[in-house]
Ligand binder design. Structure first.
Ligand SMILES: *Cc1c(COP(=O)(O)O)cnc(C)c1O
Length: 400
């Protein structure tokens, strides 16, 4: 239990709940309520029934034969891209909306960057007949138009946020502001392992179904229930948290995570928070944050809208600092190449976020017997234009 949250909501020096006084009561109510509810038999039954029949779980664990040959290992892909709505985010929103209902809340709010979490939230709100409002940076509203239309069709109200850089970080701030105005009836569905305690732990638990399935699927396919390597991309950290959750304390398993390097972690155009960040408080928790000497948050830059966040959740801040995880910075061009490579070799177009994880394979030296499980966090339909427009970028790694 070395890397789990403690009873005060800390992972080592990171985490906690740094919220304005007006939110104390609702954050504390949530801290008291979440474990008894999500560990109850009724919750588990409803949650798992929806994951099975609505989301389509278990997601396959697929042996990628050609990519295995290419990289000299036994590569298995955990196919979160095949979930309903096209990514892992729905695992979390299903869980949180059930929790919101059991807590008697009637109005749902959420933040979104690329729009994936907004769509996953709007989806479960339609399913549960709940009022849904989504905060989204005005820049992202323009860049991610299809997801805005999807949210509207699902019945959500989308609020463009015009403060700051008008991206994800500003949308989070605005959602917290709205929450302050409606603490009694509103449930804030947070989209990643970030925010004040208990959100990082709550989201990690909701995503932990990923590694729960990996365990028995690996046992079935290889006769051993643990891999030598786990690989995932990391933005706020939720798909990575789900992938590693049941292996965190198992030191036989190496964990390698890919953060978004943008033009390079040592340039001004990066989202490589673990490489570049220092300890700070952002959106209610202490974590690694990209900030200047005065504590002003620096804008994150990456080709991938879903990894475009200047912080990384407290669980991952701590695990990276303790040396439990190896974190690689993957640049835009490497991710583009990784996306094309998986597409051409396995017929799977990954989300550009997930393509960062694919690019990790080039950087590791495997033994032929090494079992590697890599999470494909989402599908790439939303990124086809980005791949085509930026194909040239990846030329130095090979031609497609
Ligand atoms: C949102 C998103 C991510 C990044 O978020 P995490 O919380 O770090 O998982 C990664 N991949 C996809 C497909 C996403 O939609």
């Amino acid at each position: 239990m070395k890397y789990q949250v403690d009873k005060n909501g800390f992972y080592g020096e990171f985490g906690g709940a740094y919220v304005p006084e007006i939110l104390y009561k609702c954050v504390h109510d949530l801290q008291d309520a979440y474990l008894p509810i999500i560990e109850s038999e009724t919750f588990k039954a409803e949650y798992h029934a929806l994951l099975k029949d609505y989301v389509g779980r278990p997601s396959p664990l697929y042996f990628a034969r050609r990519m295995s040959e290419q990289y000299g290992c036994q590569l298995y892909l955990k196919r979160e891209d095949l979930n309903h709505t096209g990514a892992h985010k729905i695992n979390n929103t299903i869980g949180q909306i059930l929790l919101a209902k059991k807590m008697g809340k009637t109005r749902i709010i959420a933040e979104t960057g690329a729009g994936q979490h907004g769509v996953a939230t709007a989806t479960v709100c339609a399913l549960m007949n709940m009022k849904c409002e989504v905060f989204m940076g005005a820049t992202d509203v323009e860049r991610q138009h299809t997801n805005v239309e999807r949210m509207k069709m699902l019945g959500a109200e989308v609020h463009p946020v015009r403060t700051g850089n008008m991206t994800l970080s500003d949308a989070c701030s605005e959602a917290i502001r709205d929450w302050c105005c409606h603490p009694a009836d509103t449930f804030y569905i947070v989209g990643s392992t970030m925010g004040p305690h208990p959100y990082p732990d709550l989201v990690a638990r909701m995503q932990s179904v990923i590694s729960e399935e990996i365990k028995w699927q690996l046992e079935e396919k290889t006769g051993r229930n643990y891999p030598d390597y786990l690989v995932a991309c990391i933005g706020g950290g939720s798909n990575a948290a789900g992938t590693i959750y049941h292996y965190m304390d198992d030191e036989r398993v190496k964990i390698v995570l890919a953060e978004a390097g943008g033009h390079g972690w040592d340039t001004d155009y990066t989202a490589a928070t673990i490489h570049r960040g220092t300890t700070g408080i952002l959106h209610g928790a202490k974590m690694l944050v990209m900030q200047d000497g005065d504590g002003q948050i620096q804008e994150a830059f990456t080709i991938s809208a879903g990894l475009d966040y200047p912080g990384v959740g407290p669980m991952h801040s701590n695990m990276a600092k303790q040396g439990r995880t190896q974190v690689l910075s993957i640049n835009d061009d490497e991710a583009i190449y990784g996306g094309y490579e998986l597409t051409r070799m396995e017929g799977i177009i990954p989300a550009i976020e997930s393509a960062h994880a694919i690019a990790v394979l080039k950087k590791l030296n495997f033994k032929p017997t090494d079992v590697v499980v890599l999470t494909v966090s989402g599908r790439g339909d939303k990124d086809v234009e980005t791949y085509l427009k930026n194909k040239e970028m990846a030329k130095e790694y090979g031609e497609f």
